[in-house]
Design a protein around this ligand. Sequence first.
Ligand SMILES: NC(=O)c1ccc[n+]([C@@H]2O[C@H](COP(=O)([O-])OP(=O)(O)OC[C@H]3O[C@@H](n4cnc5c(N)ncnc54)[C@H](OP(=O)(O)O)[C@@H]3O)[C@@H](O)[C@H]2O)c1
Length: 262
Amino acid sequence: MARNHAGTTAIVTGASSGLGAEFARTLAARGANLVLVARREDRLSALADELRDEPGVTVHPLAVDLAAPGAADVVTAFVRERGLPVDSLVNNAGFGMHGPLAEADAARLDEQVRLNVGALVSLTRAFLPEMTASGRGVLVNVASTAAFQPVPFMAAYGATKAFVLSFTEAVAHETRGSGLRVTTLCPGATRTEFFEVVGTDRVRVGGYQTPQQVVATAMRALDARHTPTAIVSGRRNAAAAVVAGLVPRSIVVPLTARLMSR
Ligand SMILES: NC(=O)c1ccc[n+]([C@@H]2O[C@H](COP(=O)([O-])OP(=O)(O)OC[C@H]3O[C@@H](n4cnc5c(N)ncnc54)[C@H](OP(=O)(O)O)[C@@H]3O)[C@@H](O)[C@H]2O)c1
């Protein structure tokens, strides 16, 4: 049964596009008040205007670069100033880079780690006490099927997502019994702006899912009596994740390298 989020407040990062926008729409439809975080203010404002049509829902857009130093403090100050108690957090903002590590733009590489890992850890730490005290919400950290094996030619991206998976499974254990439902969402290729940012979709493995399919999978897991600490979206992606864990790395890594160097 779909759980009601009426009267709770959720922060969604990366809400200006793709999976984040879909999470925002879904949570608003279930009655959650929202703080929408990303850099593109125009997109956030347009989504906020759309979601304010949901009865009883308040929406606060916050334009901030989460890869910048102190970004989590900016988010914290924003919600404190407005007296918003935070029940739920969807750490979804993230991006990938493709190519040999030795040729990667060093500044962009740092930005990737600061966003995909740094901001996610800082925001989780900042809001975990009130989320566990509330016990009414969800913590969703968005990883990827890239989390399940090393990914040559997207080496840092794959490693950030392996970090997110490990981190979230550990936090889920630490917070068990609090009522907070914690999960790592591991999507495969999804039709968003992700591959535009990567610069190619030749590295896509398998067919595309829609953001609606991926978020519906996440919400079903969060609605379940026992929320799994990790969810892979899509049956083929789930099977591939299992295989990646069973096959020796000496086979998985060159195979992944072949897919990533197309
Ligand atoms: N699409 C896929 O195939 C796929 C597969 C596996 C995992 N994922 C993961 O899913 C998550 C969502 O990605 P998506 O597919 O929805 O891609 P997307 O459409 O490109 O959305 C990425 C979101 O992250 C935000 N963002 C990027 N840099 C930011 C920064 N420095 N500060 C704040 N926000 C920032 C973007 O907003 P602004 O540009 O406005 O800041 C945007 O809202 C990511 O963590 C990604 O790694 C995606």
